[in-house]
Design a protein around this ligand. Structure first.
Ligand code: TMP
Ligand code: ZN
Length: 406
């Protein structure tokens, strides 16, 4: 039986999405025969309440020199991270002398570059060499490595302890979370704080956003599981704040126990989660049923469009789209191609279902009848950019929170 990555309790999967490829494993034709698949099962731990993948592919299969996800591709994310840096700076750093900021999973530097611009001492850590190089090209100091307790000891020796430790959409990637948290606990000064944000479990459950479950997302966190996780290391959750990113995220602020006051937001969120049923196994049974219903509705919509001889293109080859396409069994007979702005994904095939990925000018040159929006988290930005598509009669298909056409 698998064990919880946080508390070692025995866990039983409440559902499986079936065989899945690496979500960001966009591949060329010649590599399709050797493509890697694993069983995407999901479990809820009744002890610490973390929702998690009991089995995750080896991390080197996901994060490497050809990692195709660059955080900076969206304008709204640039603004979000600039505001994130600004608020943390105003609240915690501005009053300190010569603060030191660390970010794990800094990707292309979208968040940490804001602290570089403030003239602060900083250090980014990212295991994917290609994205780390982009951060370096912006002047960010980056170590190419996976963060854990050993790396933490090395950084303490070379740089000293940090005032602020950051992670955005990273903590949920780390199955060795206890080693990471122990590393953070040692690296943070006694008065230091950790601020991290992640797609939020409550939002996933409420909106049936099952596409947040893929190889990289080994956890879907909540206030309950984050509280439990850090209490194991004499740390405490001191603030929690919802964020609009990734379709609904949560920002958690954590400190050494007793060093900072705990805001009311923590108790309020814990109460909300109890009411929402996030600690109840029955909630996850219902979630599984909602996923199956959503899958059946999307497939039958796409089949009826195909029967009418109309065309559908996928819009944005997101990591999330890999779960949707493979779980629903949607191939190129239903979605002829996926347009995306990321050059490294062009001329490749989508993981598992092998739908061609194309530059977005192909979408503009010859509009399909329908666009299936995989980047619904960037809906406002994309609808604004693609007004002409709707104007000439193009329809959008969305599947979160419900399967609808617009
Ligand atoms: P994300 O949903 O994980 O942020 O992934 C964003 C993906 O969507 C990335 O591959 C870039 C792509 N994208 C577009 O193709 N067009 C757009 O307008 C936006 C905002 C994103
Ligand atoms: Zn647990």
């Amino acid at each position: 039986m698998p064990q919880c990555h946080i508390c070692s309790n025995t866990i039983t999967p409440f559902m499986t999405f079936g065989q899945m490829p690496i979500a960001n494993g966009f591949l060329s034709e010649k590599n399709t025969a050797t493509e890697y698949f694993f069983e995407l099962e999901v479990a809820h731990c009744p002890k610490c309440n973390a929702v998690q993948l009991p089995h995750q592919p080896e991390k080197e299969k996901m994060f490497h020199t050809e990692y195709p996800f660059f955080s900076g591709t969206s304008k709204s994310m640039q603004t979000h991270f600039a505001d994130f840096a600004d608020s943390v700076n105003t609240e915690y750093l501005a009053k300190l002398h010569d603060p030191f900021v660390i970010e794990i999973g800094c990707n292309d530097g979208i968040l940490i570059k804001n602290f570089l611009n403030l003239g602060y001492r900083h250090l980014g850590i990212d295991p994917s060499a290609n994205v780390a190089d982009v951060a370096r090209s912006k002047g960010v100091d980056v170590i190419t490595s996976f963060f854990d307790i050993t790396e933490a000891a090395r950084i303490i020796k070379s740089h000293g302890q940090a005032d602020l430790f950051l992670a955005a959409n990273v903590m949920c990637h780390l199955s060795n979370i206890n080693s990471v948290v122990e590393g953070i606990q040692r690296l943070l000064k006694p008065t230091g704080i950790l601020v991290f944000e992640e797609p939020y479990l409550g939002e996933v459950i409420e909106t049936t956003a099952y596409d947040q479950l893929y190889d990289e997302h080994v956890f879907l966190f909540s206030a309950h599981s984050v509280k439990f996780l850090f209490e194991q290391f004499e740390m405490e959750l001191i603030d929690i704040a919802p964020q609009p990113t990734h379709g609904g995220s949560m920002r958690y602020t954590v400190a050494h126990k007793g060093q900072h006051s705990v805001t009311q937001t923590v108790t309020q969120q814990l109460q909300k989660e109890t009411l929402l049923g996030l600690c109840e196994p029955s909630t996850y049974k219902k979630f599984k049923e909602s996923c199956e219903k959503s899958r059946d509705q999307l497939v039958s919509l796409l089949e009826s469009i195909a029967k009418r001889g109309e065309t559908v293109a996928g819009y944005a080859a997101t990591s999330k789209s890999t779960t949707v396409l493979n779980y629903c069994g949607i191939g190129s007979s239903l979605v002829s191609y996926i347009c995306d702005t990321t050059p490294i994904k062009h001329s490749r095939l989508s993981p598992g279902m092998h739908i061609p990925v194309r530059p977005d000018h192909e979408f503009h040159d010859d509009y399909p009848d329908y666009a299936l929006l995989f980047a619904y988290n960037h809906k406002n930005e994309i609808f604004q950019k693609e007004k002409a598509f709707s104007k000439q009669g193009g329809r959008w298909i969305l599947y979160v929170p419900e399967v609808i056409t617009l």
